[in-house]
Design a protein around this ligand. Structure first.
Ligand SMILES: [Zn+2]
Length: 271
């Protein structure tokens, strides 16, 4: 998302927004200001906060959240079509247009128009994953939730999803089910280091992409989505466990001392 924001900033930073066209009824999450108030505003910057893209329009701000199936198309030349899954199209004077669309039936990608001094959904976000504030939390925090839950909770730390959480826990050799309070000082340092390394490396490779955000991002993750394949560190088979309606991938050899994790439904019987 960071790399995408940087690309969009290069693409439309400084441009005048001609208009934002809502292409799906449920996409726009705010009632006021209205999309028509965006016309003629100049994009002072495109940035990222948590998983949100932020179009700074000198006072007003527009946020975009892609959720799981959201994608970004850069249209050069700009189009007037309404493709399947389209959410909103931003048209700029003499620049490519930016189309937000969505795959699948979940319809969760959304956008917001925020008045000056309104932080909207940004107000609920925790510190950024690479911030000093979150590093302190990892070092001294007394959180008792499973690490897999904690790292994905945007109110605790902003910007990490399922993919990076799997990668980070694997890099730190920590069980997704352990908690911050159970970690030794050294394990906390490993976690901190893994967060920093995995996210920095991810950002480097994402920066090599061009254009929008395609459906498929091959090679993005080494662990996430690779259940059944060989662990890149020890060669044993990566395992999966279903967790809160999605699949989490880990290496039993590297992360759980050989123990296979039970999923939620199973664990009630196994307890
Ligand atoms: Zn392994």
């Amino acid at each position: 998302m960071q790399a995408l924001a940087e690309r969009l900033d290069v693409l439309v930073g400084g441009a005048t927004l001609e208009g934002a066209t809502a292409l799906a009824i449920s996409g726009l999450k705010t009632f006021t200001p209205s999309p028509s108030e965006l016309s003629g505003k100049v994009v002072s910057a495109v940035t990222r906060r948590g998983k949100f893209l932020v179009f700074d329009l000198g006072g007003l701000r527009t946020l975009v959240h892609l959720s799981q199936g959201g994608r970004v198309d850069v249209e050069n030349p700009p189009k007037r079509t309404r493709p399947k899954g389209a959410v909103v199209r931003f048209n700029f004077l003499q620049r490519p247009s930016v189309l937000i669309k969505e795959y699948g039936s979940h319809r969760k990608a959304g956008w917001w128009i925020l008045a000056e001094n309104d932080d909207g959904p940004l107000a609920k976000l925790g510190p950024e994953a690479l911030s000093e504030e979150f590093a302190d939390f990892v070092t001294t925090g007394a959180d008792r939730r499973r690490l897999n839950t904690l790292l994905r909770d945007q109110r605790t730390v902003a910007g990490m999803g399922r993919g990076y959480t799997d990668e980070i826990l694997h890099a730190a050799r920590l069980s997704p089910y352990t908690t911050l309070t159970k970690l030794t000082a050294e394990e906390r340092r490993s976690l901190q280091q893994a967060i920093s390394e995995v996210l920095s490396r991810g950002m480097e490779s994402e920066r090599k992409r061009t254009g929008g955000l395609p459906t498929k991002l091959p090679g993005r993750f080494a662990i996430h989505g690779h259940a059944g394949e060989a662990c890149p560190r020890c060669g044993s088979s990566l395992a999966r466990v279903s967790y809160e309606s999605y699949e989490m991938v880990y290496c039993p050899q590297c992360q759980t001392g050989g123990r296979v994790l039970a999923d939620r439904a199973q664990s009630q019987f196994l307890r």
